[in-house]
Design a protein around this ligand. Sequence first.
Ligand SMILES: [Zn+2]
Length: 365
Amino acid sequence: MSCTLCRLPFTPHKTSVDPYPPPPGLLTDRQYRYFINGVAIGQYLPTVLLKVEWLDQGFFGGYTGAVMVLKWESDGGTVMVFHTVCASILRRIFKCEDESNESIIKLCEIEFILGRPLQGLDGGRLPRVGYEDVGDEKLDLRPYYYLEEHGDLMRFDYEMFKNNGHSWALNKPDAFPRFRNTVAPTRFPGPPLKETTDILTKQPIDILHVLLPYLPNPSFVRLLSTCRTFRHAALTTFQAHARQRVLELGWAVPLSGEYASASQSIREQDIMVDPDAPPFDGDWLFYLSSIHKSQSLRARRRLWAIGEEIFHAVEEHRIASGYDEAISTEDTPESRTRKQLERHVGDPLAATLRKLGSLKVGGRS
Ligand SMILES: [Zn+2]
């Protein structure tokens, strides 16, 4: 099994009767627990959208008022299943974070337009999506999957993955660096020099305000640490530039749902950025530097890039897919049209079952 967004595996839940966990020591307990849970999406599921746990041996388990078992692979493809954060990022990028029928239809459209996720060693992978071409690392997970001996179950070689230096990708992608709501006095380099003679630091501050937006993030941070005058300005006047850079990245702050589910004490201490009301004060320069050092956010940045790749693939293939046709044609049977999907998602029984499933609190990790 693999997640349809990040293509990383799931770990078996403790209720699995025949689990095949990763070798000991390769994942922390926290990572292991994170990789158990997912969200399955598909118009052929009775609920269309379902929170699930990996039970291993080709099955996910979910809850719709009663326990439900979902076979991941079947004739013609696999079910779209996403790790929890992968699902949240995808929903953000597709602008369908609420539970309305319109939002759920948008999620189901993905496999209508691109085709169902593939089977075998490509299990979970959406056709027409260049998973290996995105992000800085262009991480290719295909060499790490193999089929179980005497079986057709897909397994992941954690050991080789780690030995090849890719452990960073297994970090829990919602562990954000601490945000400092004030600039620590120790960060100041002492008073700025009174007399400067070099051409850059003699420029009026407002010229620098104009220049800074044109610099990429690494150059921005480097320039502002070149001398005491700049560093002082970076920690005061130019914090607004750092703030804007962080917020423009998208992946660098929590989603509204992630912020809401953080503990009350974290929110009260202002050590996590509220994405709906990001503070104007605070050490944004420090945060900008922290997010580029964090291994969790390195993993998250990759998820974000793949989410955008899926979004562009859907946009690119929408017209050719015939999905938006109101009636079925020879090339597009009714089962693959938007009209049919709207009927299915709007089914009162599916809506009731979704509600029952969402009432269950959290994952049973
Ligand atoms: Zn994932």
